[in-house]
Write a protein that binds this ligand. Sequence first.
Ligand code: NAD
Ligand code: UDX
Length: 459
Amino acid sequence: MLIKNICCIGAGYVGGPTMAVIAKNNPNINVTIVDINAERIAAWNDTNLDNLPIYEPGLADIVKETRGKNLFFSTNIDKAIDESEMIFISVNTPTKTYGKGKGMAADLKYIELCARNIADVATTDKIVVEKSTLPVRTAEAIKSILHNTGNGINFSILSNPEFLAEGTAISDLLQPDRVLIGGESTDAINSLSKIYEAWVPKSQILTTNLWSSELSKLTANAFLAQRVSSINAISELCEHTGANVNEVAKAIGMDSRIGPKFLNASIGFGGSCFQKDILNLVYIARSYNLTEVADYWEQVIIMNDHQKRRFSDRLIKTLYNTVSGKKIAMLGWAFKKDTNDTRESAAIYVADHLLNEQANIAVYDPKVPYVKMQSDLNYLNTRTEEDNAQGLKASKTPYEALEGAHAIAIMTEWDEFKTYDWKKVYESMKKPAFVFDGRNILDEKEMKSIGFDYFAIGR
Ligand code: NAD
Ligand code: UDX
């Protein structure tokens, strides 16, 4: 099928950057990103590129280059569906918060709404591409909805999971390790492959059956998260034995079978994907009565929760077993550097734990606004909104957050944290001045020579 118009349902962290890169590399194809969230669409259309709803290095430049030429943002979902030959579904698939599978299964209500919307509106043949991360065999449900419209339209379903990581989304999209396309129709697969071939070498475009493609996405995230939990498990052992987790990571990473990436010990992984996708994998395994498989992967989450908890426990214990009334400065709220995304950020859980102990928290994050921090805390429902607002304040500058603090907790590995005048910070703090480096980003020798009591994960 010749593709002239693409519609993407879902203008989020995946839909926005992915479609911007497709539009940039396919100037002859019109790409329209639609969303039910009018505020988000308005932000994507804002003339001031600083107001785009998503912060990703390099994204604003591509939006500037393509927006209004062949990249469009709209709330008119029906029109965009009807006019397009290819429709990407890129809506959120969060963990269910109700009913069967609550807390484990992926909530597919948004996916189903999209499928029904397409079925209702379409008047010509369509290729429907699953871009969202979905449980294996979801395409079956989408197919069933689309094929039962009775209006004689031909729908081809493809699975094309997205592997970008936030913070590096644009470079990941421009130079992907691979593009994965799962499907049954060769014609549909070729149509989608051609779009990627505009900038991705054909040898890196992998085609599989639908179910392998769907399951590969969950598996990739499970393996990546497992590496983080593995090194975090070792970090605790390091703290008890005098081994240094950075040295251990370097030593094992030089084994080419292991490789050096994704071995940074941390306060625990966050983000919208790892936990949700592993819980989903565990749920699927349990639904087939595969208890050992489910238990095996669930341990990755158990370890991650433990890591978040033990970070705050160590801080409290070191501060003479009480943080009540003490000012704790938190550097970073985003779940990793170079993003404004805070979903499942370890900082939220550490802050919650410290607030339970009546700490006064001052947070500085270069990209996350205060209202977001408050809504993240309020979502946990641990205490009243007033108490959250009382216990946690955001500072406009890092020095304001750090001044008079008893301890610093480094939650996100923002590069700018390494450039601070740490001597000045030390002088402005209560003594002894403690630093808990949850990301291993500061120089231990230098911090200790300034006078800090410095504790890093895995050391
Ligand atoms: P997101 O929440 O940022 O964006 C999803 C958007 O879909 C929202 O703006 C929402 O308003 C919109 N939406 C929901 N239902 C809709 C409907 N019926 N019609 C129109 N719009 C609708 O989510 P995201 O982070 O972009 O993730 C999307 C999918 O991609 C998820 O399945 C996720 O697992 C997967 N994924 C995410 C990442 C990542 O780094 N965030 C990476 C790879 C894959
Ligand atoms: C992840 C996958 O990497 C990506 O392929 C998928 O498409 C979406 O989910 P993302 O969550 O955006 O991407 O970021 P990622 O770089 O994977 O980091 C996830 C979390 O793990 C972050 O909190 C990060 O700080 C943490 N992490 C990562 C570590 O703690 N140590 C590491 O060595 C690597």
